[in-house]
Design a binder for this molecule. Sequence first.
Ligand code: NAP
Length: 324
Amino acid sequence: MDLQHMYGVKLNDGHSMPVLGFGTYAPEDIPKSKAGEATKLAIDVGFRHIDSAYLYQNEEEVGEAIREKIADGTVKREDIFYTTKLWTTFLRPEFVQPALEKSLKKLQLDYVDLFIIHVPVAMKAGEELLPKDARGNFILDTVDICDTWVALEKCKDAGLTKSIGVSNFNHKQLEMILNKPGLKYKPVCNQVECHPYLNQSKLLAFCKSKDIVLVAYSALASHRDPKWMDRNSPNLLEEPILIAIAKAHNRTPGQVALRYHLQRGAVVLAKSFNAKRIKENFQVFDFQLTPEDMKAIDGLNRNLRYAKLEFAADHPYYPYSEEY
Ligand code: NAP
């Protein structure tokens, strides 16, 4: 049996998603070639789920890495689960399929496995990734996310993506899609920040009740890129309780932080561009946290968000004005 099937969760559209994914985002000062090199290492150690996005500007390198691993016989295309994201300047329905086609062209792949709306808040449409006004503020736009969703459904029907989903949506925004008249496909997932300091227990329960997979990002305390993240926030991996649990299992805090999500029924992403840590992060299928460990980790929740998306705070679709 291949790894994807061993470690896969069944999505509400019948496809399967490996429960541990490899994150590829890195701050701008890191050469994009590192994402490609790391993706190859990740595939070599067993990762089959690769998470990227148009925004990350590394899809040429990540796509090349995947194609190299297919060419050298390590994997077949169907063993890989690749996610890309619809950037927020492309939320207007007429830009959705062209945006996916742009990613596919960079990747040099025929299809992606998952295409998700990166954030519900639109920015000014156009080629500029981060459109800003003269005062340096992001220029926002208002686009009905239900209209964007219909355009994603069309991408699935066109065979450009196997599955469609969302990211950074609150439960009300998920409900908006689920209750949309004429809905053809439900989102298969909601990819959100999630870790013991922000364990998203309500959103996870909601997603489970709707057969939507919660995909946890920043599970290892986040990339801390000051452009998006609050750098002054405490580092989860230095948390004494996590360290003590890791010691008891002869594991690292990172492995415990990843394993936590697998045992609570979420999918988890882990980014590393370091060979040793890439390997370490895949070694999470051969130990078990006890119910007491899980309870202690649950107890660390303090609703601490590394990425607050502050630029969008005044937008009607700002996702964090809701409790979950
Ligand atoms: P993360 O997975 O929380 O990792 C954070 C940092 O931890 C990495 O920079 C890594 O540095 C370090 N690290 C990795 N393994 C470790 C270990 N075992 N022990 C100690 N440190 C370790 O990073 P993230 O980028 O915030 O989130 C992961 C992925 O989720 C992203 O790459 C991206 O694909 C996705 N994401 C999506 C969104 C969204 O809006 N949908 C937002 C953020 C992230 P080294 O490279 O030096 O190991």
